[in-house]
Ligand binder design. Structure first.
Ligand SMILES: Nc1ncnc2c1ncn2[C@@H]1O[C@H](COP(=O)(O)OP(=O)(O)O)[C@@H](O)[C@H]1O
Ligand SMILES: [Mg+2]
Length: 309
């Protein structure tokens, strides 16, 4: 398992707008992410935008708009955006730190999750997407590395922000946006991206969590995208009780996909997954297999005291 907290390098800042940086969490297409602390000591994840992106005016405009929209998202299964700088030399975005591994690393390291866990995972992700869509944004980069598994349920991160990096000048420079295994037909075909786009990807993420394999296979990006557009998903590894719900999310036509609320296995008087845990008990018991729970320990934030200088 990769180390969660990496030591800050010489070039990494020590402080940003009063937040103390303690460790590097990783880096993605948009920049580096740091474990940081508020002055009062609460942990946050600060995403610092890459210098070349910060200099692009088109990026700036989109970043400003998407951050404003992301701040309006108030969900129980989304990591809230708590602060951001969109105007200074180095734009950044701070979200609540979620102490848990990503769905990507859990499935890679431990294999598919048991059905009751997947049921509540889908329900939480559906509620997260409902909150994102109600704020008027589409996630656009929903994928297992953007779903973190906390002690009390999943948290969806990075909603809307990838749109900022969609600017043509950047994609033209060879930067690729999106992960083929977690893209909808309309993303593959570069047609209109709307809220149902996220629902298709919810189906792909759920298939990956339940079976350990992507719904449209592995291989070259072109091969995967061809199957996303033209072929039916392979749900043979998905347990029977989840297949119908996941299959409906994966409808090729956006209009045929359920809304976030109807894509929850626990929603409505007659949930699409019969006898789902939440319906039986009225109180979803989120639990992870013991081996996976143990994988949460290395994500406990390092003590801010040890990083004081
Ligand atoms: N709010 C957060 N809480 C905990 N870890 C986070 C948070 N936001 C991002 N991370 C971690 O920071 C790392 C880099 O994230 P990111 O730049 O979004 O790249 P990607 O999603 O492509 O892995 C990832 O390992 C991610 O799990
Ligand atoms: Mg991410």
């Amino acid at each position: 398992m990769a180390e969660v907290f990496k030591a800050l390098g010489e070039k990494d800042p020590r402080q940003i707008a009063g937040y103390r940086l303690a460790a590097k969490l990783g880096s993605g297409g948009m920049g580096k992410v740091y474990l940081s602390y508020t002055p009062a000591g609460r942990p946050v994840a600060i995403k610092v935008v890459r210098p070349d992106l910060s200099e692009d005016p088109e990026f700036r405009g989109r970043f400003r708009r998407e951050v404003a929209a992301a701040k309006r998202v108030h969900g129980l299964y989304t990591a809230p955006v708590i602060d951001a700088e969109t105007e200074g030399d180095t734009p950044w975005l701070a979200t609540t730190y979620v102490p848990g591994p990503s769905l990507q690393s859990v499935v890679t390291d431990h294999g598919p999750l048991p059905v009751p866990t997947v049921v509540l995972l889908i329900a939480g992700m559906a509620e997260a997407l409902a909150a994102v869509h109600e704020a008027g944004i589409v996630h656009r980069d929903f994928k297992p590395s953007n779903v973190l598994l906390a002690a009390d349920g999943p948290r969806v991160i990075d909603f809307g922000i990838s749109r900022a990096a969609d600017a043509s000048s950047l994609t033209g420079s060879g930067m690729t946006i999106g992960t083929p295994a977690f893209m909808a037909p309309e993303q593959a075909e570069a047609t209109e991206i709307t809220a149902p786009t996220d629902i298709f990807v919810l189906g792909q993420v759920a298939c990956f969590a339940a079976s350990g394999a992507p719904a449209f296979g592995d291989g070259t990006p072109h091969g995967v995208l061809y199957r996303v557009v033209h072929k039916e998903p392979d749900l043979s590894g998905v347990p029977g009780e989840l297949r119908e719900l996941i299959g409906r999310c994966l409808a090729k036509e956006a209009a045929d996909r359920p809304t976030p609320r109807r894509s929850s296995p626990c929603a409505g008087p007659r949930p699409p997954v019969p006898n789902c845990a939440a319906r039986r008990t009225g109180c979803p018991p989120w639990s992870l297999p013991t081996s996976v729970s143990a994988a949460r320990a290395p994500h406990r934030p390092v003590s801010p005291r040890t990083t004081r200088r």
